[in-house]
Write a protein that binds this ligand. Structure first.
Ligand code: BG6
Length: 489
């Protein structure tokens, strides 16, 4: 079974930071894949821009290399690639001074085509670029602006950024990307909850004991020294990806899949999160930083050695979050994310309550609570753990097995990268999978007091050996409550 490709209207895609890492690794490959899938209508153009002086031809060579480096060889069709390269253009422009924006204007020409401005640049430049777009008369009714995180480093700076962009673009034109929302299984979470009768009646504190959300990585700092050391795991992963996942698990059924209907429900969850204050932070949160160890099969340096300087930035965070509303009161959400952990896995575990009473004797074995494990990556799929009778004669013995739905086995199709879906949604003007201003700000309102409590309590990042599951206090965080982290393999 193949999914239906619905072509989008012709568009101009203007990538600021067009020669940068994001354009190279994600945007150009994603656009190529959508063209190959037959989703473009003509004439569609892609204009790369950055400060570097470069000809159109040189930019096409840059894109050719980006695609050959980041798209599987079997998916590179020479004819498709040439068609793709022919739609690329390049204009040098300086985001600070505004030099070159008139050339962008000329390149775009007069047209009422959909126009996407993609900000693959540091957030400090968003405001300047938006201003130059305005003064050069580039902003039109059919325009959208796409911004990447970090959207601020706290509530105040997020507001400033949102104000800057908001002075030139209307909210319905602003697409704040959280690439986790473009992942196939993340959207499947909505299908699982709202396209089945099975789970929703049980999806509350009467039947669910707790929820775990883990986003574990094996990579370390990579080449993002400047950014990461200023951000840390709480800002880099928890404020956005983890809270977005929490929202999708916890939100009420939206009235429709319309952007605002979904985002209104997510916002209510964010606003219901119990604030963690200075006194509570040491027992509700854990900060960690990796030390030298072994990861992904080899010896690796500790964070500070990689960084080349002393730092107290956390590379791991675990939080016991609570949602103060009727559905979730008393159901903890244990969240954890970190770099250089034992394995790369992102998953959500919904643990149901124990049965109230067992009719089986002691010989039947232990009856475990049902778990629903939603695996976001790798090996996307859903497992529903249930108790069954151990097959064979000889009395009633019980066993825990998983009803296993691995998506790779069920669907033969290529699993598109999150950016492919998100970029096409931008062109279509569909904001369902993008964060609204109030969502971003509500997330910071919950994160800021944690950051503040850490500073106030001088809560140090505890060392953990690379290749493990984080500091021992992260294990204690959940075990104190008589629960354990799901063992992800
Ligand atoms: C990014 C973070 O948003 O997400 C990175 O800034 C992190 O630190 C990355 O590595 C993880 O994304 P994915 O899709 O590889 O899970």
């Amino acid at each position: 079974m193949t999914s239906q490709i619905i072509p989008v209207e012709p568009f101009d895609f203007i990538a600021f930071g067009g020669t940068g890492d994001l354009a190279e690794r994600k945007l150009l490959p994603a656009l190529y894949q959508r063209q190959r899938a037959g989703q473009f209508s003509e004439p569609t153009r892609i204009i790369g821009t950055s400060r570097a002086k470069m000809s159109h031809k040189e930019y096409r060579e840059f894109a050719r290399k980006a695609i050959s480096d980041h798209v599987k060889a079997a998916e590179i069709d020479p004819e498709q690639l040439e068609t793709f390269l022919a739609r690329l253009h390049y204009v040098a422009a300086d985001a600070k001074s505004g030099d070159g924006f008139d050339a962008i204007r000329k390149q775009v020409g007069e047209s009422d085509r959909i126009r996407v401005f993609y900000m693959a640049v540091a957030p400090a430049l968003f405001g300047d670029i938006a201003k130059h777009l305005k003064t050069n008369d580039l902003i039109c009714q059919n325009c959208r602006i796409v911004v990447e995180k970090p959207i601020g480093r706290d509530l105040a700076s997020a507001r400033t950024l949102n104000d800057q962009i908001g002075s030139y673009f209307d909210e319905h034109q602003i697409f704040r990307i959280d690439h986790y929302l473009g992942k196939e299984t993340v959207q499947n979470l909505m299908a699982l909850r709202f396209a089945n009768m099975l789970y929703e009646p049980l999806w509350n504190s009467a039947h669910i004991d707790h929820v775990q959300i883990t986003v574990a990585e094996t990579v370390g700092l990579e080449d993002r020294i400047g950014y990461y050391d200023r951000a840390g795991a709480l800002r880099d992963m928890a404020q956005n990806h983890i809270l977005q996942l929490l929202c999708l698990v916890a939100m009420e059924v939206p009235s429709t899949m319309d952007a605002d209907a979904v985002r209104d429900e997510k916002l209510k969850v964010l606003r219901s999160l119990k604030r963690i204050n200075g006194q509570e932070a040491p027992k509700m949160t854990v900060r960690g930083q990796y030390r030298a160890g072994a990861s992904a099969g080899g010896a690796v340096k500790g964070y500070q050695e990689e960084l080349g300087s002393q730092s107290s930035t956390e590379t791991f965070v675990a939080i016991k979050a609570e949602i103060e509303n009727w559905r979730w009161a008393g159901v903890p959400f244990y969240l954890r994310t970190g770099k250089r952990l034992a394995t790369r896995v992102s998953e959500i575990v919904i643990e149901f309550k124990h049965i109230p009473h067992s009719i089986f004797g002691e010989n039947a074995g232990r009856i475990l609570a049902n778990q629903l494990v939603i695996r976001l990556q790798p090996d996307e799929g859903v497992k529903q753990w249930i108790m069954i009778k151990d097959p064979g004669p000889g009395g009633m013995r019980l066993r825990n097995i998983a009803l296993d739905m691995s998506f790779a086995q069920s669907f033969q199709e290529r699993n598109p990268d999150a950016y492919e879906r998100l970029v096409m949604d931008v062109v279509r003007g569909n904001q369902t999978l993008f964060m609204r201003r109030d969502e971003v700000e509500a997330a910071w309102k919950w994160i800021d007091p944690i950051q503040g409590a850490w500073a106030e309590n001088l809560q140090e990042a505890q060392g953990y050996t690379a290749g493990t599951w984080g500091p021992s206090s992260a294990i204690a965080l959940i075990e104190r409550d008589g629960r354990t982290w799901h063992e992800s393999t």
